[in-house]
Write a protein that binds this ligand. Structure first.
Ligand SMILES: NC(=O)c1ccc[n+]([C@@H]2O[C@H](COP(=O)([O-])OP(=O)(O)OC[C@H]3O[C@@H](n4cnc5c(N)ncnc54)[C@H](O)[C@@H]3O)[C@@H](O)[C@H]2O)c1
Length: 451
């Protein structure tokens, strides 16, 4: 099959490269010529484990090409996927669909022969209807069908997720489009990946509902972690005990500094806005968004508490900046609100991230960026672990203690255990650990039953 992928970002590049790996001839199109030039010379502009190899192999074998010429790529294709960004619209939080609609207009002028136009971007209910209307308006004689096929891959595990999806959701009632989608995903059909055929509107809503539910799970365990700290229970035990229930499951029950990233924050707000447009209020989602927003800044108060209340003039080292490990994506990373709040409280921030510093420098300017974790920790009065990169899981605690001005660690991802840190002479605070073992910083009272 000949495929055009419009938008060569995290989703477009990964899915384009994987479709080429399935044997299709794929052209990844982007209007960013720097991105296309670097891909054509074999340089992958984003950090995603395993992506370089898949891109390299398919580029060499001639199944994957990169272009800025949308019209030419669409003209030659049987399937055209729209994978452009749908960020929050400035001012009101609705999904900004201007990139999707601009792509639809351009696609319309170039369609030749029966073509399936697939919205892979995360788009609110009704967007694919509008894409169809636009194409028909621009090119009334075009032979096409619009399908909704939301993407569920996670950055950091994107190749695996794309090739071994929990499900593929295909929103169309058009029989020829269904056949084309079966052909596009044929290797996954053969692997018996669950395929859900539904309407376009249901497909669009499935993506938002799934993201909102996952974000709610994280936010729920974060609030339970806060309660654990007050009552003297270890949230990791609580999360495990809860997650072992098969009806609940153990994933997304890891407490931390609040969720961020390119999807959950904007998609949760966009879902609320869609619901309002239809006179429905999603109060659970609204509460979840508010709780998460407040939490990111609250983490700075946790750091202040670990240092006795004041951060003025103190050096704070932050390890991990990206919203999660194994990506360079800084969009809505909790580290942004955390560092801004630390600075508002008078702290001087040093930071290190294995892949995200280039992106971080565009957002957080008044920060000293360092070459590695130990340089970052130099002269710091507290070290904050904000993202659980693998390389932060086994720091040499002896060196760390030597270079720091004060041995204080605030572990917002619970990668260490209290007894280990305590053995190395660190004052240690984490998320949702109770008052055990005794001697933690700032112990909260264990509530005695009323006598
Ligand atoms: N990043 C993720 O983990 C993820 C996961 C699932 C779904 N999604 C959704 O997928 C969509 C894309 O997300 P992303 O993270 O890949 O975005 P991104 O910002 O990384 O990439 C989008 C790309 O589209 C290009 N573009 C915009 N308009 C174009 C046009 N008219 N022609 C050609 N190129 C154009 C941009 O230059 C950019 O390179 C979003 O709707 C997002 O919500 C993202």
């Amino acid at each position: 099959m000949r495929v055009a992928m419009i938008g060569t970002g995290y989703v477009g590049l990964v899915s384009g490269a994987c479709f080429a790996d399935f044997g299709h001839h794929v052209t990844c199109v982007d209007k960013d010529s720097d991105k296309i030039n670097s891909l054509n010379s074999g340089i992958v502009p984003i950090y995603e484990p395993g992506l370089g190899e898949v891109v390299g192999t398919n580029l060499r074998d001639g199944r994957l090409t990169f272009s800025t010429d949308l019209a030419e790529s669409v003209r030659m294709s049987d399937a055209v996927l729209i994978a452009v960004g749908t960020p929050s619209r400035r001012g009101d939080g609705h999904a900004d669909l201007s990139f999707v609609y601009a792509a639809a207009r351009e696609i319309a002028t170039a369609l030749a022969g029966f073509t399936v136009v697939i919205t892979k971007s995360t788009v609110p209910v009704g967007t694919s209807d509008e894409v169809e209307r636009i194409i028909r308006e621009v090119n009334p004689t075009a032979d096409f069908a619009v399908v909704s096929n939301p993407e569920f891959l996670r950055e950091g595990a994107a190749i695996r997720d794309f090739k071994h999806p929990d499900r593929i959701v295909i929103g169309t009632e058009h029989s020829r489009a269904k056949e084309a989608m079966a052909e596009l995903y044929r290797p996954l059909y053969l692997n018996a990946a669950p395929i859900l055929y539904t309407t376009r509107r249901a497909a669009e809503l499935i993506k938002y509902a799934a993201n909102a539910l996952l974000a709610t799970k994280i936010t729920f365990i974060n609030e339970i972690a806060d309660l654990c700290e007050k009552v003297g229970a270890d949230v990791q035990d609580v999360a495990r005990g809860v997650g072992l229930d098969n009806r609940i499951g153990s994933k997304f029950l890891h407490p931390g500094p609040g969720f961020g990233g390119s999807c959950f924050p904007k998609d949760s707000v966009a879902l609320i806005k869609t619901a309002h447009d239809y006179d429905v209020s999603l109060r659970i989602v609204e509460a979840m968004v508010g709780v998460n927003e407040a939490r990111k800044r609250a983490m700075a108060r946790k750091v202040a508490a670990a240092l006795g209340g004041s951060l003025r003039g103190k050096i704070i080292a932050v390890l991990g900046l990206t919203f999660k490990p194994d990506t360079d994506d800084m969009r809505e990373a909790p580290s942004i609100a955390l560092i801004t709040a630390l600075q508002d409280m008078g702290a001087r921030v040093r930071a290190f991230d294995p892949a995200g510093m280039e992106q971080a420098k565009k957002i957080l300017t008044d920060v000293i960026y360092t070459e590695g974790p130990y340089e970052c920790a130099e002269d710091a009065e507290a070290l904050v672990i904000a993202t659980e990169w693998e390389q932060f899981r086994a720091l040499d605690l002896t060196i760390l203690k030597q270079v720091m001005a004060r041995p204080v660690v605030v572990d917002l991802r619970n990668v260490y255990r209290y007894d280990e840190m305590s053995r190395h002479g660190f004052a240690y605070s984490s998320v949702g650990l109770g008052t055990y073992p005794p001697g933690r910083l700032e112990p909260s009272p264990i509530l005695a039953p009323a006598s």
